[in-house]
Design a binder for this molecule. Sequence first.
Ligand code: TRP
Length: 326
Amino acid sequence: MRIFSGIQPTGRKHLGNYIGAIRQYVEGQDRGEAVYCIVDLHATCVAYEPAELPGYVLDTTAMLMAAGLDPEKCILFRQSDVREHTELCWSLCSVTPYGDLTRMHQFKDKGEGQALVRTSLFLYPVLQAADILLYDTDEVPVGDDQRQHLELARDIAERFNATYGDTLVVPRHRFPEAGGRIMDLQEPSRKMSTTAPGEEGTLLMLDEPKALEKKVKRAVTDSGSEVQRGREKPGVTNLIEILAVIRGVSPEDVESEFEGRQYGAFKGAVAEAVVDYLTPVRERYEEIRADPAGIETVLAGGAERARAIAAPTMARVRERMGIGPV
Ligand code: TRP
């Protein structure tokens, strides 16, 4: 059973990333052969700062290790170190309908407002499919914003197999059961993200305890005073779900615990839980990130093991497509 996922290189991961995706990666290490890729090539699909990118890769690697990824138990590598990713992307273009790519939500969202809409942004989902399909992946843990990309990867694999003969494994996706949608604390109708206009609504994994506390205490709550979920109470609902996921209990348990208590007491409990949850990760992160050479060694080892899986897949694809000598 092989698990694969990719993660964007940024040092600014937030609680939603942690609960929605990173936690699943950690758990995947014990369920199967887990392969995790820092997708620096995907980072070049929108405007970015070349001088910063290598450092972001190290930030993200350190963050994943701090969250519990163990390079002895999984393969952790940088996408650009394994050249097969770009080569397979091109091969998969031959079975990817242009029309399908024009319908990708992320292409529309991320392309909007860019002075230059890069062709690489258009091809982003094909590169993502290549990431997954190179490793004969059975399962892909991702946040639910990746649903459309995952469906496309499955379609591409199926169309490749239908066109060139059975070659690629068609992956399943795996979405988090709980806590898949952690919302912004200030604007609970939108997902928590690092691209929100302000930062008060986003709990960053590297925020100091004081900052976390302040953000939770200032979170918008709704009218009424009951700690209860509801359609008209998106702010409180979000906080209840955050606390439930962190404690590993159900939202109903949280509601009954806080029955008859005020928002203030409830927010205090949420703040404390968030701080206790993220502080050890931040401390481990600082330690790991202080040794960039050590991180590079981990990535180099990961790339070697990744290549050992990717190269035979690519050879199979080339042969099926009639690319290269007889
Ligand atoms: N697009 C994914 C995201 O933004 C990152 C990603 C790239 C990915 N390649 C992948 C996720 C392969 C899963 C599998 O989160």
